[in-house]
Ligand binder design. Structure first.
Ligand code: ADP
Ligand code: MG
Length: 685
């Protein structure tokens, strides 16, 4: 149960003043559903504004406050903006532009002949000065002057800075004082403010100490929770599994294992022989051969008379794993089954029986394999594929079910940098497949300017004619997901005009059945071209697909590009990756694309990605979902995570039950960051 003193922070956003049904969706879109989320919705940056009386004194790009009087409205044709022509005191004319649905608003804000204070960014439109969508318009100068240094929050459609600021102010007022969970010596040394003060300061201006403190809290919560899980896991009893090698000897693999594969299997075998449940991460780039390692691990369990399960993130990947593993197991006598949420009736009953009586030794499936209705005779080994797609904590909790805790092997194709490995996986043991199977042809990677689109489509046509398949990836970058999907749909329509029904489309808003059906047509080779948003990032093995085109490649991070490129180069044939780029590129984008051409080493690209994204932005980069953090930036993670990790360890060593005053405070912290599964483990013992 969450401690009562945190209740004000976990109240619904809807309980705040001024939140009607109209705001519910935009707030949800930003995941601001509780007061706590608003308090932690930190500004991206701050706008400093200067008050000017004469527009001639201001420069283009500057944020200003100026008194303007509207002289004329000019509506544009079609979807153009409403332009309000307005004059400053000396008589300079400026166009204040209101686009789209906001155009009616312009006439309200700036009535003809009346003076208003306008705050916004001064731009140029042709040879005219302009301000697009002013940040504030007011009759009263004093109010505007209060906005000289103003936070800028990430927004979603339907929200304004003003509305959001007002809600955040309410959230901050509702935040209670909380006892200190940071070690006093550290707090002192870093000159960090107390929690509530830090929150308030972080919304007011660029207070590095306040920001760092809040980031540290998040890192500490994460380290603590992972450590509690790890400790609980160590205290659990698993089943020691010693295989006799009889089944592994019957495997007829068409290749010899690489050194890295043999080493990883050895490490797993060592863990499985212990009574303490294994908690191991198998990290290996796409194509490094994780599947066969998983298979050997599962066979050890089966040799020892137990059952093993492989959990895949999607149905299609579950099917693919099932097909691959069934093939490898032919002739071994091992009984393997596929179980997904879609099995119904007899088929479902029969699998459930087999799992219960132990006649099914290996099951492959989606999360359905862990539903309450599924019982196993003696499940002792669980493999989780593509770990990073799941909440790590929940996954770990999952393996805590049952009397005896199964051994757990998590596999990921994301070669994250070492610093982030700690953040994501805490104290998991790690095996790395840092050696590729022999005979891989390097992927021919080229950067092509988007102006050469016709050539690219021509090359694609020749590629498809030769009987090979291809991927075409449209980015998912704009603020509005619907626009991205519209772009992917438009591209699909264009391709379908040219290539007919050999083209399929896959994106995140399609119904799962439709998406899977499209994927399956492609996997079976009926469809030749797969147009997709980034949903194809994970999994999918189609060796005949040897061309990958990525549109607006400069918008992707290195790690993501690498992941996408990994979809090709899986067969014996030569593969090509075309990175389409826009006409203007930032220095960083240029460097990224050059690196993609230069190397295929995922671990190196991951480190470079961290380096390139680390610096630059004013207040630190916002997370893109590849770390478990929402507050801490990559820079802060690099700087503060080792401290948080040590601090967490000391705290748990001294007060493993978190019952002393600082331990109690740390419990609050775990709830605050919703790592309370850590606390629950303490309870459950
Ligand atoms: P991952 O899951 O790590 O992306 P897979 O397990 O799907 O990689 O393996 C990729 C391909 O490499 C498969 O076709 C597999 O049969 C093959 N493979 C795996 N290990 C070896 C090896 N030691 N030598 C040659 N080919 C291998
Ligand atoms: Mg795989």
């Amino acid at each position: 149960m969450r401690p009562e003193r945190l209740n004000p922070l976990f109240a619904e956003t809807a309980s705040l003043k001024g939140v009607g049904p109209g705001l519910a969706r935009p707030l949800e879109k930003l995941e601001l559903t509780r007061v706590r989320d608003l308090a932690y919705h930190l500004p991206d940056r701050f706008v400093l504004r200067r008050t000017v009386t004469d527009l001639d004194e201001a420069s283009v790009g500057e944020n200003i406050i100026v008194a303007l009087t509207a002289v004329e409205y000019r509506a544009s044709m079609g979807r153009g903006p409403l332009r309000v022509l307005a004059s400053d005191a000396p008589g300079n004319i400026c166009s204040v532009a209101y686009f789209g649905r906001n155009s009616g608003w312009g006439k309200k804000q700036l009535p003809i002949g009346e003076k208003r204070w306008v705050a916004g960014r001064l731009d140029r439109y042709g040879d005219m000065l302009q301000i697009v969508h002013p940040d504030h318009v007011s009759e009263d100068s004093a109010q505007m002057l209060g906005q000289l240094n103003e936070p800028v929050y990430p927004l979603s459609e339907g929200l304004t800075q003003g509305r959001l600021s007002a809600l955040i102010a309410q959230a901050l007022a509702a935040a209670p004082e909380l006892p200190e969970w940071i070690e006093p010596g550290l707090l002192d040394k870093m000159q960090w403010p107390a929690w509530r003060d830090a929150l308030a300061l972080a919304h007011k201006g660029e207070h590095a100490e306040a920001r760092d403190r809040l980031a540290y809290d998040e890192l500490l919560a994460n380290s603590l929770a992972l450590m509690l899980v790890r400790n609980a896991n160590r205290a659990k009893v698993g089943t020691p599994l010693a295989g006799d090698g009889s089944l592994r000897a019957k495997l007829h693999l068409p290749f010899a294992l690489t050194g890295a594969q043999r080493r990883s299997i050895g490490e797993i075998e060592g863990d499985l022989a212990q009574a303490a449940p294994m908690l191991r991460l198998l990290q290996g780039d796409v194509g490094s051969g994780k599947t066969v390692v998983a298979l050997e691990a599962m066979l050890i369990a089966v040799e020892a008379g137990a059952q093993a399960a492989l959990l895949a993130p999607t149905e299609i990947l579950a099917r693919q794993h099932f097909a691959t593993l069934s093939g490898m197991l032919a002739g071994t006598g091992v009984n393997i089954a596929l179980f997904t949420g879609r099995d119904k009736g007899r088929a479902r009953e029969s699998i459930l029986m087999g799992l219960l009586d132990g006649s099914i030794q290996i099951v492959v499936g989606t999360h359905a394999i862990f539903q309450d209705t599924v019982s196993y005779k003696n499940l002792a080994m669980v493999v989780i594929d593509e770990q990073h797609r799941f909440g790590v904590g929940q996954r770990l909790m999952l393996t805590q079910k049952g009397k005896r805790t199964p051994h757990c092997l998590a596999m990921t194709a994301t070669p994250i940098p070492r610093t982030l490995t700690l953040a994501q996986y805490g104290e998991m043991d790690v095996s790395r497949l840092d050696e590729m199977p022999p005979g891989r042809q390097p992927i021919d990677t080229r950067v092509v300017a988007v102006e050469r689109m016709d050539d690219v489509v021509g090359a694609l046509a020749r590629h498809l004619e030769s009987g090979q398949q291809a991927y075409w990836v449209c980015p998912m970058v704009r603020e509005l997901e619907t626009e991205d999907i519209a772009a992917a749909e438009a591209r699909y329509a264009e391709m379908a005009m040219r290539f007919g029904d050999q083209v399929v489309l896959v994106h995140g808003q399609l119904r799962p059945e439709i998406k899977d059906a499209a994927m399956e047509r492609f996997v079976r080779g009926e469809a030749k071209l797969l147009v997709a948003t980034t949903v194809i990032e994970v999994g999918v093995d189609v060796p005949n697909s040897t061309l990958m085109v990525i549109e607006q490649a400069e918008r992707f991070g290195l790690a993501q590009l690498h992941q996408l490129r990994g979809r090709v180069g899986r067969g014996a044939g030569k593969s090509t990756c075309l990175l389409l780029r826009g006409s203007t590129l930032s220095e960083t984008s240029r460097e990224r694309l050059a690196l993609m051409r230069e190397t295929q080493d995922g671990f190196r690209l991951a480190e470079e990605d961290l380096r390139l994204r680390g610096g630059g932005e004013l207040l630190g980069t916002r997370q893109s979902g590849d770390t478990p953090f929402r507050i801490a930036s990559l820079e802060q993670i690099t700087k503060l995570l080792p401290l948080a990790h040590d601090d967490a360890r000391l705290l748990i060593e001294r007060d493993g039950g978190l019952t002393a005053p600082r331990g109690e405070a740390a419990r609050l912290l775990l709830y605050l960051f919703e790592r309370d599964w850590g606390v629950q483990l303490l309870r459950g013992g």
